[in-house]
Design a protein around this ligand. Structure first.
Ligand code: A3D
Length: 320
C-alpha cells in the first residue's frame, strides 16, 4: 500500500517542523518545497538522518521543483514572509498575496486532488486567495489558525485552573488576528463550562478576561520574545492535527478558517468556525448559537477579514 504523500510548500521554520512531525508521527512521506535553493534539500537530509535515530522510515525530499509535489494527498502551505517585531499580520498582505498566486498555480497543476491547509498570514485572506488561485474545491482548502489559537487559550486556562491541558477544551472563533473571539461559554474543564467554574470560585471574570486578551495577542507575545520570526512549534502541531484528521478520516471537530456560504450570516468568505474534517475535507460547518457579546465580536472579526479581501482585490484584479 502506498504511503501518504505530504507536500510542505515553504520549508522555513514551520515547514521544517512540519516535516519532523510527519516523520515522528509516521504520517507518510514528505516533500519539502521552497524557492530557496539547497535549504529544503539540506533540511530533508538532516531530518532523514534524525529518522535513523528515531526509527522512522519516511522518505523526505527537498526540492524547488513543483513537479515533485505531484500526487500529494495533503499540501501544507507556509510559503511567504513571517512577521517581524512591530509588523502586523496585515503588513504581510502584498508580499504574501503574490506568493499565494504562485503556490496556487503550482498546486492546481501538480496536486489538484490534495487537501490543502494554508498557514501563511494574514491567514483568512490568504486561504481565500489560495483557493481562488488554485481553483480547488472550497471544502478541500482550509486555513489553520483556530486550532493554534484555541491551543493557546487551553494552555492559559489549564495554568489558571491548575489542571492538565488534556482536560481543557477551548473555543476560538473568527479571523486570526487581534479580533479573534475566544468563547469562554463553550470552553470547559472536563465538560464544566468556564462561567460555571467562575461561579464555583475557581477563578474570577477579571482573570478570564485577562486570559482572553492574552490569547488574542498570543502570536505577538511570541514574536516579541523571539526577536526574529514568529511561532513555529505550536503552529506546526496544529496543522498536523488537521492533516491527521483528514488522512485518517477521524472526523475531528476543529476550529478552522473555512469557506462559508451563508453560515453565521457570512457569504463567500473564509473565517474561523468549527468544522468537521474527514476524508472529504471540510465535511460540515458546525453552527453554534452565540451570545450577544460573542456575536458582536465575531462581526468585528468578519469585517476585518472583509477589509483584507477588498485590499487583495485591489492588488490583484483576477480575484473575484
Ligand atoms: P519562514 O521561516 O520565513 O518560512 C517561509 C518560507 O517560505 C521561507 O523558507 C521562504 O523561502 C519560503 N518562500 C517564500 N516565497 C516562496 C514561494 N513563492 N514559494 C515557496 N516558498 C516560498 O516563516 P515561518 O515558517 O515561520 O512562517 C510561515 C508563514 O506562516 C508566515 O506567513 C507566518 O506569518 C505564518 N504563520 C501563521 C500562523 C497562524 O496561526 C495562521 C502562525 C505562525 C506563522
Amino acid at each position: 500500500m502506498a504511503r501518504n504523500k505530504i507536500a510542505l510548500i515553504g520549508s522555513g521554520m514551520i515547514g521544517g517542523t512540519l516535516a519532523h512531525l510527519v516523520g515522528l508521527k509516521e504520517l507518510g512521506d514528505a516533500v519539502l518545497f521552497d524557492i530557496a535553493e539547497g535549504m529544503p534539500k539540506g533540511k530533508a537530509l538532516d531530518l532523514a538522518q534524525s529518522g535513523t535515530v528515531e526509527g522512522f522510515d519516511a522518505v523526505l525530499k527537498g526540492t524547488s521543483d513543483y513537479a515533485d509535489i505531484a500526487g500529494a494527498d495533503v499540501c501544507i502551505v507556509t510559503a511567504g514572509v513571517p512577521r517581524k517585531p512591530g509588523m502586523s499580520r496585515d503588513d504581510l498582505l502584498g508580499i504574501n498575496l503574490k506568493v499565494m498566486k504562485a503556490v496556487g498555480e503550482g498546486i492546481k497543476q501538480h496536486a489538484p486532488d490534495a487537501f490543502v491547509i494554508c498557514i501563511t498570514n494574514p491567514l483568512d485572506a490568504m486561504v481565500w486567495a489560495l483557493q481562488q488561485f488554485s481553483g480547488l474545491p472550497k471544502n478541500k482548502v482550509v486555513g489553520m489558525a483556530g486550532v493554534l489559537d484555541s491551543a493557546r487559550f487551553r494552555l492559559f486556562l489549564a495554568e489558571e485552573f491548575d489542571v492538565s491541558v488534556e482536560d481543557v477544551t477551548a473555543f476560538v472563533l473568527g479571523g486570526h488576528g487581534d479580533t479573534m473571539v475566544p468563547v469562554p461559554a463553550y470552553s470547559t474543564v472536563a465538560g464544566i463550562p468556564i462561567p460555571d467554574l467562575i461561579r464555583m470560585g475557581w477563578s474570577t471574570q477579571e482573570k478570564i478576561d485577562a486570559i482572553v486578551d492574552r490569547t488574542r495577542k498570543g502570536g505577538g507575545e511570541i514574536v516579541g520574545l523571539l526577536g526574529n520570526g514568529s511561532a513555529y512549534y505550536a503552529p506546526a502541531s496544529s496543522a498536523i492535527a488537521m492533516a491527521d484528521s483528514y488522512l485518517k478520516d477521524k472526523r475531528r471537530l476543529l476550529p478552522c478558517a473555512a469557506w462559508l456560504d451563508g453560515q453565521y450570516g457570512c457569504d463567500g468568505m473564509y473565517v474561523g468556525v468549527p468544522v468537521i474534517i474527514g476524508e472529504g475535507g471540510v465535511e460540515k460547518v458546525v453552527e453554534i448559537e452565540l451570545g450577544d457579546e460573542a456575536k458582536a465580536g465575531f462581526q468585528v472579526s468578519v469585517d476585518a477579514v472583509k477589509e483584507l479581501m477588498t485590499a487583495c482585490k485591489a492588488l490583484d484584479g483576477s480575484l473575484g
